[in-house]
Design a protein around this ligand. Structure first.
Ligand code: SF4
Length: 299
């Protein structure tokens, strides 16, 4: 059976600046159903999360083969706290296995459910990355229909930080006309830092046809403008991904970088191709993973 812990390699994307890391997703697909999500371009029934077959058995097998110095990212193509996790507890079981072995973990989520596992997380070599794209609950409900309200996610930032768990906040993606108001984005960053976030990652929406159509349908008044911004004035990259123009991206990313550094956190951009906007030891925040547990020899 295929691996459930494998090297993170986002399609050998030269725009990716991530340090080496493994990727591990307990689920296939993700029920948070974010309109902008890219997984629907390659996972059938992408927005119905289902547990991977024999996930725990395969996890135990795979960690015998990994380098314990390299962090494991949970998860990249599905939220490890996607709604079914509440009952299935696969992510929790994985943490119970990985944390005592001293493996380095970064958890990426939009869910308040991560707080259920704070007892485990606070004892391990774990950092948590919370995505908050807007503090406008109405917009969030449209673009991330099944994910918790962003103000609830801010509370998660606060609660994790209170337990000295390093928290990264991802303002990702920024979508033109939807959540690109600079004042509102600065507010997300400022609130996140006030609640304890140490590192901010910002990224613009990278459009694929299916997610672009979902956005255009959800926002009929501005759908045409969003499409034109990408398909006419944007940049077509390989794998039929469209980026915003460099000028647009540079302007907003630079402004947010300056703001974040002034507010006292480190900053990085994600897959933008602007290394000068990475002002931290790692873009993804893996440098914040603490060393609380000595790695055990896994055999
Ligand atoms: S939480 Fe992440 S993986 Fe899940 S639907 Fe949203 S963007 Fe996709």
């Amino acid at each position: 059976m295929s691996r459930v812990v494998s090297i993170f390699d986002p399609w050998k994307d030269e725009m990716c600046t991530c340090p080496p890391k493994y990727s591990c997703s307990p689920y296939t697909g993700c029920s948070h159903s974010c309109l902008y999500c890219y997984i629907s371009s390659y996972i059938p029934n992408a927005f119905i999360a289902r547990p991977k077959k024999d996930f725990i058995k395969r996890l135990i097998r795979d960690i015998r083969r990994i380098d314990p110095k390299i962090p494991i990212s949970m998860a990249n193509s599905s939220d490890p706290y996607t709604p079914p996790e509440d009952k299935l507890r696969l992510t929790r079981r994985a943490l119970e296995i990985l944390i005592p072995k001293g493996l380095k973990l970064i958890i990426l989520t939009k869910s308040t459910l991560v707080l259920r596992d704070i007892d485990l997380i606070k004892c391990g070599n774990v950092a948590v990355s919370i995505t908050i794209t807007t503090l406008d609950s109405n917009v969030a409900k449209i673009i991330e229909p099944m994910a918790p309200d962003p103000w609830e996610r801010l509370k998660v930032v606060e609660k994790l930080s209170e337990k000295e768990i390093p928290v990264i906040v991802r303002v990702d993606p920024i979508i033109p006309y939807v959540n690109d108001d600079i004042g509102m984005l600065e507010n997300v960053i400022s609130e996140a830092i006030k609640k304890g976030a140490k590192h901010i990652v910002v990224s613009t929406y990278k459009a694929r046809r299916d997610s672009l159509n979902r956005l255009a349908k959800a926002f009929p008044d501005i759908g045409k403008a969003i499409k034109e911004t990408y398909l006419t004035r944007g940049i077509k990259m390989k794998r039929t991904v469209y980026y915003l123009s460099k000028t647009w991206r540079r302007k907003i990313l630079k402004q947010l970088m300056d703001f974040t550094l002034k507010e006292g956190a480190t900053f990085a951009v994600c897959r933008e191709g602007f290394r000068e906007y990475i002002r931290a030891q790692s873009c993804d925040g893996t440098h914040l993973i603490p060393n609380r547990v000595e790695p055990l020899k896994i055999a």
